[in-house]
Design a protein around this ligand. Structure first.
Ligand SMILES: Cc1cc2nc3c(=O)[nH]c(=O)nc-3n(C[C@H](O)[C@H](O)[C@H](O)COP(=O)(O)OP(=O)(O)OC[C@H]3O[C@@H](n4cnc5c(N)ncnc54)[C@H](O)[C@@H]3O)c2cc1C
Length: 439
């Protein structure tokens, strides 16, 4: 069967495309967007990825554009996953339900019905050109179940993770964390692989919560937190010394083809210098990749050799064919430190630039195709981090702005509220009326 699908454009009405056996989700009556007795629907601004950066982007886009556009967030997981808490909740029991926040009404400050969430994994981003190879600004995203959603503007914020990973239900996510807690609890000796924030927080939480364990952190570089000024390495090493965490730096794991046991029996972790560590449990805090594959169908040119999306300071992807496609957050090669806070500043850049493009189109009554336009540029902030140093202490660290200067940092005692690793804040922002953490 073939369906005619109408792809709305901002200025030129509709583009009619004939495609075999497709259903445009946004024209599908079950989503309630098609208005009765009228063929006119608003064009879509689609945000792919509903985590820190995707949701923050919708916070800006929904109030700004909901009158002229549908603002649609597509997220593959059942819940917003507060990843910051995962290191703690893979060790410390009882709070794991708080790391999964419902996405029923995640934009409470936006005007009612200004944005909606579609649950689904985007498999491909495509353009909607009826002529193969012809550049075309509008396009579709294709979900893994075949559903298609058209877009006039696309904001791609899929972050990093395991390539091809399916969406996760809250119950399964909680189970994974509990399984890790059990493995850690049952082990006498634990190797933590990865000297970034993830590994450091896991190692220090184990050392503090389960002080009888022997913990060794393995990291491939000579210093941990190696994207930061070496002072942060010194702070972490001091903390490791007082907490009794061992470290093996400048060596990599040599992973056996069959992987490592997870049943609690002792095994050897082989290291790249020929030595090994006998352990009962390995916690891998490395190995995520940028999830850019769906976008690579639309624009292979904008994906760099490591899989990150190449973007301009305007947050548009580096592909002149698609001036209405933006990418931000961890998946994008923005030059910013990979953390939520610097990426939050990218969201208003997108909002301002979409506004400018719309104004340009309104003035000229034609579609914007990348003509010179004075767009807003993102300024990469200095590297900074708030790093937990165990259950009750953390460091706020900022790299020096000028070479040779000293970093700025403050080590402080955390209050009891910090035990949930900031979950309370996500619930307050994304689910303020929900009181049951099991939701
Ligand atoms: C264990 C750990 C602890 C961390 N702790 C901190 C911290 O304390 N402070 C800090 O600032 N940063 C921390 N970070 C880094 C921080 O989590 C990231 O910088 C942040 O998550 C980036 O946000 P994002 O929205 O760009 O991407 P992500 O948070 O990775 O979100 C991407 C979203 O896109 C969805 N998605 C991906 N592919 C698809 C698809 N094909 N279709 C639909 N949806 C899709 C994913 O399900 C996910 O919800 C930590 C990272 C880790 C791994």
């Amino acid at each position: 069967m073939a369906l005619d699908i109408l792809y709305p454009t901002a200025t030129s009405g509709f583009c009619k495309v004939r495609r075999p056996s497709v259903v445009d989700d946004i024209l599908h009556s079950t989503h309630g967007i098609k208005q009765k007795d009228t063929p006119v629907v608003k064009p879509n601004i689609v945000v792919v990825g509903g985590s820190y950066v995707g949701c923050k982007t919708v916070d800006y886009l929904a109030p700004a554009f909901h009158e002229t556009h549908n603002i649609i967030l597509i997220e593959k997981n059942s819940h917003f996953q507060h990843i910051f808490a995962f290191p703690r909740f893979s060790v410390y029991p009882g709070l794991e339900d708080r790391a999964f926040v419902p996405l029923n009404n995640p934009f409470p400050t936006a005007p009612p019905k200004a944005a909606r969430v579609i649950r689904g994994a985007v498999e491909r981003v495509e353009h909607a050109s009826p002529v193969p190879g012809k550049p075309w600004q509008n396009g579709i995203v294709v979900l893994e179940d075949g559903t298609e959603v058209s877009w006039e503007y696309l904001i791609y914020t899929t972050g990093t993770g395991k390539e091809g990973g399916a969406g996760i239900e809250k119950a399964d996510g909680m189970k994974r964390l509990r399984n890790l807690q059990e493995e850690v609890k049952a082990a006498k000796r634990i190797v933590v692989a990865g000297g970034g924030a993830w590994g450091i927080q896991v190692a220090l939480d184990i050392a503090e919560y389960l002080p009888e364990k022997e913990v060794t952190l393995v990291h491939s570089r000579a210093t941990v937190m190696n994207r930061f000024h070496p002072k942060l390495h010194d702070i972490v090493m001091d903390k490791f010394a007082s907490a009794g965490v061992n470290s093996r730096l400048g060596v990599r794991l040599v992973t056996p083809p069959e992987g490592y046991p997870t049943d609690g029996r002792a095994f050897n972790v082989q290291l790249s210098d020929g030595t090994s560590i006998e352990t009962d449990c390995l916690v891998q805090c490395t190995g995520t990749v940028p999830l850019s594959k769906p976008l690579s169908y639309l624009s292979p040119a904008s994906i760099n050799e490591w899989g990150f999306v190449k973007v301009k300071p305007t947050m548009q992807i580096q592909d002149e064919h698609f001036p209405k496609v933006f990418s931000l957050g961890d998946v994008a090669d923005t030059g910013a430190h990979k953390a939520a806070r610097p990426a939050y500043e990218q969201a208003p850049v997108v909002e301002k630039n979409i506004r400018k493009i719309m104004a340009w189109e309104h003035e000229r009554q034609r579609e914007y195709r990348g003509e010179p336009l004075d767009l807003v540029q993102y300024k990469v902030p200095g590297h900074g981090i708030h790093l937990a140093l165990g259950l009750t202490e953390s460091v706020l660290f900022r790299n020096p702005v000028t070479p040779g200067a000293d970093p700025v940092y403050r080590i402080s005692k955390d209050d009891a509220k910090a035990l949930d690793a900031g979950c309370w804040r996500i619930w307050a922002n994304r689910a303020p009326t929900v009181t049951d953490f099991r939701s």
